[in-house]
Design a protein around this ligand. Structure first.
Ligand SMILES: C[S@@+](CC[C@H](N)C(=O)[O-])C[C@H]1O[C@@H](n2cnc3c(N)ncnc32)[C@H](O)[C@@H]1O
Length: 254
């Protein structure tokens, strides 16, 4: 039988996915491949609908695993998502801490809250992020007040949640973060990913987790390329573990 803690986390997951009071086909909510994701039903549910995250249940489960493993092994540090859109993944992170009664870790919520900037010309990111559908949603612009209101609706807006509004290149180098246990990258672009890694990877505790949301998109966006360049420059050889066709993560060694 599921404990109350497990039930809470499962219901929170359905809440941020907007599947609590409706049936959504499994391949829409958790597409097994990019081809399946690129169906109109996915965009209708996630972009036109009210879901608070476009991550899948599998991605939420992976983040939960990383947090709970750090709690179980006593890996020091806070949690951060860099690139939050409507905030559902960050709300889920705060909820996992709440479910475990953790009061000494912060969830950092880093975003421009103005969407992605126009993609740099001649970059990998130029094609995908100039698609009319992406431009129509203002490259994922969501105001901070809206994200805060969503946290509050779940009863999870408190002093363990700290917002870092602004461009990563300006906010992250000076962010008052001491140590991280989980660093989740979801800024899509090469530049956004590299800026995040340069500022925050050195703060990730040994044994902590780096999650790369768009790893599997390969050439479609610059996230994977930035991660590979950063690994090469810093001689990182920790095994990259695929979560599914889309996301990957590794546990920081050393
Ligand atoms: C794909 S969305 C994130 C999706 C989100 N993680 C979720 O749970 O659905 C990408 C986000 O990254 C943010 N972003 C990308 N590059 C950024 C940068 N350089 N500085 C600040 N925010 C950035 C955008 O504003 C957008 O909200």
């Amino acid at each position: 039988m599921q404990t109350l803690q497990q039930r809470y986390i499962e219901q929170l997951k359905k809440g941020v996915l907007n599947t609590l009071n409706r049936d959504v086909p499994a391949d829409v909510i958790d597409p097994p491949s990019l081809e399946v994701l690129l169906q109109p039903a996915w965009f209708e549910h996630f972009w036109s609908g009210d879901a608070l995250t476009m991550c899948s249940p599998t991605h939420l489960d992976n983040t939960r695993f990383c947090i709970e493993d750090c709690l179980a092994r006593g890996v020091a540090g806070d949690l951060i998502e860099c690139g939050v859109w409507r905030g559902g993944m960050s709300i889920f992170m705060r909820g996992v801490l709440a479910a475990h009664g953790v009061t000494d870790r912060t969830v950092w919520v880093a975003d421009s809250f103005q969407g992605l900037p126009p993609p740099p010309t001649n970059s990998r990111d130029e094609v995908m992020y100039n698609f009319p559908q992406v431009v129509d949603v203002e490259r994922f612009r969501v105001d901070q007040a809206k994200v805060e209101a969503s946290f509050a609706r779940y009863g999870l807006l408190d002093d363990q949640v700290k917002f870092l509004p602004g461009w990563f290149g300006e906010t992250l180098p000076h962010a008052p973060i001491e140590r991280l246990a989980v660093l989740r990258l979801d800024g899509d672009y090469y530049t956004s990913t590299m800026e995040t890694l340069e500022s925050l990877y050195p703060k990730l505790s040994p044994g902590g987790y780096l999650i790369i949301d768009d790893w599997g998109l390969g050439d479609l966006c610059g996230e994977q390329e930035a991660v590979l360049d950063y690994r090469r420059e810093h001689h990182i050889t920790d095994e990259i573990i695929p979560v599914d066709y889309h996301t990957a993560y590794w546990r920081k060694g050393g």
